[in-house]
Ligand binder design. Structure first.
Ligand code: FES
Length: 117
C-alpha cells in the first residue's frame, strides 16, 4: 500500500492494535459525561498512554466519543475487543483501567457495569 491513509495507519501502529478505548467526552455542561471532568479525563488518558509508550505503536488506540448512549455515571468508556464498559472514568480511575485492563488484561470489576464478566 502506498497512500496517505496507509502511511498514517503505519505511524499510528493500527495493525498492532491490541485494545481500543473509547471515552465519552461530551462537551455539554448538562451531559452526564460532560464539562470539565470529561475534558480532564480525556487529557489524562492521552497523556498517560503516551507516557507509558502504549499509544502510537504501543498496541493501545484511544478515541474521544461524543456520546456512548449510556449518559449516567460518566465519564463512560468502553474497551474493545473485550466489550467491557466502565463508569466514573476519572483520571484516578483511568489509571487503574490503563494499568489493570489495557496493560494487564484484567477487568477492573469495581468500575465495570456491562460486558462479559
Ligand atoms: S453523554 Fe456520555 S454516554 Fe452519553
Amino acid at each position: 500500500m502506498n497512500n496517505d491513509a496507509a502511511r498514517v495507519a503505519e505511524a499510528l501502529g493500527l495493525g498492532a492494535t491490541k485494545r481500543h478505548i473509547f471515552l465519552c467526552v461530551k462537551s455539554s455542561e448538562q451531559a452526564c459525561c460532560g464539562g470539565e471532568q470529561a475534558a480532564k479525563s480525556w487529557e489524562h488518558l492521552k497523556t498517560r498512554l503516551k507516557q507509558l509508550g502504549l499509544s502510537e505503536k504501543g498496541g493501545i488506540q484511544r478515541t474521544k466519543a461524543d456520546c456512548l448512549r449510556v449518559c449516567v455515571e460518566g465519564p463512560v468508556a468502553v474497551i474493545y475487543p473485550d466489550g467491557i464498559w466502565y463508569r466514573h472514568c476519572t483520571p484516578e480511575n483511568l489509571d487503574r483501567i490503563i494499568t489493570e485492563h489495557l496493560v494487564g488484561g484484567k477487568v477492573v470489576e469495581s468500575l465495570r457495569f456491562a460486558g462479559p464478566a
